[in-house]
Design a binder for this molecule. Structure first.
Ligand SMILES: [Fe+2]
Ligand SMILES: [Fe+2]
Length: 208
């Protein structure tokens, strides 16, 4: 079985069908991560300058779900079993941090799918490669939308996106209804005047 852990930096063009299933499961774990992060971030992004990108993130969430379905179908068609594993989702109350986490994930996803297309073609899985190309196109759109919202250049494949430290949600405060306190602590400003009810967030640990 191929080790998928360091595939981004140690690209292997020649894979077996079994390897491809393992790699696609790694991709599926990334799609589950993307669904969850876009669902969360699209709802908690605050500030008038982020309204447009928040709406975009909702669209991304739906597209990531479609990607997950496609990847799971390809794994099944290759005789494999789609796994219920996802990569971790970083949380933050700061809009810019969330967008940077997403941009980094999209960049890494694009690198992975470009490699995957080559691997599929190398072993004659042209149909799978075609599905991945379609997904890749949408991932590039996601990357562009995020880079534009952040006002940064679209990263190239070799570039590592600097991401800020995670600021985990403080569940106790959220549960006690003081969500604005978390935000003001994180930003270092007065609590914003928002009339939205507090939201209980999922924990930052593993499962969906
Ligand atoms: Fe995706
Ligand atoms: Fe994406």
């Amino acid at each position: 079985m191929i080790n998928t852990t360091h595939m981004n930096h140690d690209f292997q063009a020649n894979v077996t069908r079994e390897d491809l299933v393992a790699l696609l499961n790694d991709d599926l774990a990334g799609e589950f991560q993307a669904i969850l992060s876009y669902v969360l971030y699209s709802q908690v992004l605050k500030g008038p300058q982020y309204m447009a990108i928040a709406a975009k993130l909702e669209e991304h969430a739906a597209e990531e779900l479609a990607h997950a379905l496609t990847i799971a179908r390809q794994i099944d068609s290759l005789g494999g079993m789609p796994l219920s594993v996802r990569k971790p989702v970083k949380t933050s109350e700061l809009a810019e941090n969330m967008l940077r986490f997403d941009l980094r994930n999209e960049n890494e996803t694009i690198v992975r799918y470009r490699q995957r297309v080559r691997q599929c073609e190398a072993i004659g899985e042209y149909a799978v490669a075609e599905y991945l190309r379609d997904i890749l196109e949408e991932e590039q759109d996601h990357q562009t939308a995020l880079a534009n919202a952040l006002g940064v250049a679209i990263p190239n494949d070799q570039e590592t996106i600097e991401t800020p430290a995670e600021i985990p949600y403080d569940l106790q405060k959220v549960e006690s209804g003081n969500r604005n306190d978390i935000l003001s602590e994180a930003v270092g400003t007065e609590s914003p005047n928002t009339t939205k009810p507090s939201v209980q967030h999922a924990s930052t640990s593993g499962s969906i």
